[in-house]
Design a protein. Sequence first.
Length: 173
Amino acid sequence: MKIEINEHRFEYFVNLGAKQIHMNNIENIERPSKEEQKAAMKSYDALSSALDHIKSEYPEIEIEETNERIKIPLRALRLLAKILKETSQGKPVSIVPVATEITTQAAAEILGCSRPHLVKLLENGEISFTKVGKHRRIKYQDIFDYKRKMKAEQRRLLIEIMKSDEESGLYDS
């Protein structure tokens, strides 16, 4: 599908087809094909360039195939640019509403840990969750917040180690 924005063109494609991704099913995300990566790279370059010139918060775009003109929030176009950039680098992309609840297995995969370790984090109160019958459900936002907190802690500890090594003369700056 081709879309025109303020006289700039870019190709926009989403690979849904038979592999439609449901918001609650993040396990089925696949890496983009080489062809998809190439199309995304070309599209990202054009969209990124067009975004530099857009002044309106709701630019009007034209879908070439249908000649339909629609207004899209600028934030949505910026999000599309980020999606295209990640896709062009071969990274799988999924959009998950922050209020989406996910299973412990999906949460463990996002964090890169085992499900039993995640359950310990939940039971220790480090990540909030709800129970639906016997099953635990975790808000995607809570997993995202925990992951961000852990990355910040890792960064802080790494800086602390580097400073300690510098003071001991083990690390030349």
